[in-house]
Design a protein. Structure first.
Length: 287
């Protein structure tokens, strides 16, 4: 696997991972609907609502340094239920298991950028992470000083981030154990997309519970349910409501200049085939 190591994550943590045949991995660039999809998976696996713990703890980010590897791996080993985990690493930096399921989540990059700006503004402990990164000689951690245009330039220039991650999974899109899900489609028809995910995961939800299963996964429900997601206030100002901020699209239209939009489109064209760009901008329902 290609090495990916920053102040926040290290994909060498996969070296100690022990897979199971029915594992589920939610794979996505940051701020594309990762937590939303993890919530959907949890609601499908436990349709009665008896999820055995906060989703952020049940479904760790494999590469993240927030949870020490010596804690995370035994925690996953101890789980007796069907496991589901997340990754923000490109496909060339994670292992692929034939009997596991991979859900790849995408979103218009400009919307992901706007959400990422809020993420960096509210995230706690960044100064300590930057100091550790500098000491270890790792890539500089993103910093946002209120100049959204300068921040966009840095975001757009990151070679290992948004476009690269999407491109590596797009190359694998024909794999039968990989499902592409789009943020727009989740917003347009949450129930229908959850049906697609349930079918992909071979999960059968009783018809009598379906409405409740879907309702748990609306943005409104997630923002109001701190216990379901976990103690997000430890890492984010505003806790759950700060982390699950707006869930809206198109805010970039009032922020990015025409030149910035043109540079975004040029970068997308240089990294992705036309059909991938079309999917990123519109999802299945818009193609």
């Amino acid at each position: 696997m290609r090495k990916y190591h920053t102040a926040i994550m290290d994909n060498r943590r996969w070296d100690q991972f022990k897979p199971r045949p029915d594992d589920i991995f939610v794979c996505t660039p940051a701020k594309c609907g990762t937590t939303w999809t993890q919530t959907i998976v949890a609601s499908l696996l436990w349709p009665d609502g008896d999820i055995p713990g906060p989703i952020m703890m049940l479904s760790p980010w494999i590469e993240a340094e927030f949870m020490p590897a010596e804690v995370m791996h035994p925690t996953l080993e101890a789980q007796t239920h069907r496991r589901f985990m997340k990754s923000h690493t490109a496909a060339d930096g994670i292992p692929f298991f034939d009997d596991a399921k991979y859900i790849v989540v995408g979103r218009d990059g400009r919307d992901a950028f706007m959400s990422f700006t809020n993420h960096i503004e509210r995230m706690k402990g960044l100064d300590d992470m930057r100091a550790k990164a500098k000491e270890a000689g790792l890539p500089e951690l993103e910093e946002y000083d209120g100049d959204i245009h300068a921040f966009f330039d840095r975001w757009l220039a990151d070679d290992d981030h948004f476009f690269h991650i999407i491109a590596t999974y797009w190359e694998r899109r024909e794999q039968s154990n990989l499902l592409f899900v789009h943020f727009n489609d989740l917003k347009t028809d949450l129930s229908a997309e959850m049906r697609r995910i349930a079918d992909f995961l071979d999960v059968d939800v009783p018809a009598s519970l379906w409405e409740t299963v879907v309702d748990r996964c609306t943005f409104e429900s997630m923002r109001e349910n701190d216990d379901m997601l976990g103690p997000l206030d430890i890492m984010f100002e505003g806790g759950t409501k700060g982390f699950i901020f707006k869930g809206t699209n198109g805010r970039w239209r009032d922020v990015l200049t025409s030149d910035e939009v043109a540079r975004y489109q040029k970068r997308a064209s240089g990294c992705l085939p036309a059909e991938a760009i079309e999917w990123l901008e519109h999802g299945r329902s818009g193609v």
